[in-house]
Ligand binder design. Structure first.
Ligand code: HEC
Length: 140
């Protein structure tokens, strides 16, 4: 093989490898488009709701501590696009927002990973319900 061809092959190989590595980085799936959200069972929702009621509610219901109200459709739709992995991490480890902070596990110190995960899906489920109720109020 002459050297020129060998060099070209080498570059092609590098490009192929780089694009393979690029694909490794998982693209976040919007919560609302994720399989997990679409296939939530009644039990998942009940678990999520009970965590919501003992922990998340105190800030996210009334916007306490700088939490963003569920009726802010734009905020929650944008947030949904971060995907479950990043959002789970925000809640599990806590997050500093623009107007306040969310404590790790949203104060539910005894919650398991599974419960926090369900509560994250639940908050998006509830946000849709609140937004739909507001829309029908304003159009009716
Ligand atoms: C002490 C108040 C407080 C509690 C309790 C709380 N949050 Fe939060 N939450 C916040 C604040 C403040 C933010 C940041 C708002 C912002 O992005 O400006 C936030 C942000 C979030 C976000 C968006 C995170 C991101 O990465 O954009 C999610 C999802 C969320 N909360 C879910 C929950 C869930 C689920 C619970 C219950 C397990 C919970 N929160 C409990 C205050 C709270």
């Amino acid at each position: 093989m002459n050297e020129k061809i060998r060099n070209v092959c080498f570059y092609i190989l590098i490009i192929v490898l780089m694009s393979l590595i690029g694909c490794e980085k998982k693209q976040a799936v919007n919560i609302y488009e994720s399989e997990e959200y679409k296939t939530l069972t009644r039990k998942d929702i009940t678990v999520g709701e009970s965590i919501w009621a003992i922990a998340c509610f105190r800030c996210h219901m009334y916007g306490t501590n700088g939490a963003v109200l569920l009726e802010e459709k734009e905020y929650w739709d944008n947030t949904a696009s971060k995907g479950i992995d990043e959002l789970f991490k925000s809640v599990w480890e806590g997050k500093q927002g623009d107007n306040g902070a969310m404590p790790a596990k949203g104060f539910c110190n005894l919650c398991s990973e599974e419960e926090i995960r369900r509560s994250v899906f639940y908050i998006f489920h509830l946000a849709k319900k609140v937004q739909a109720a507001n829309e029908s109020k304003s159009s009716g």
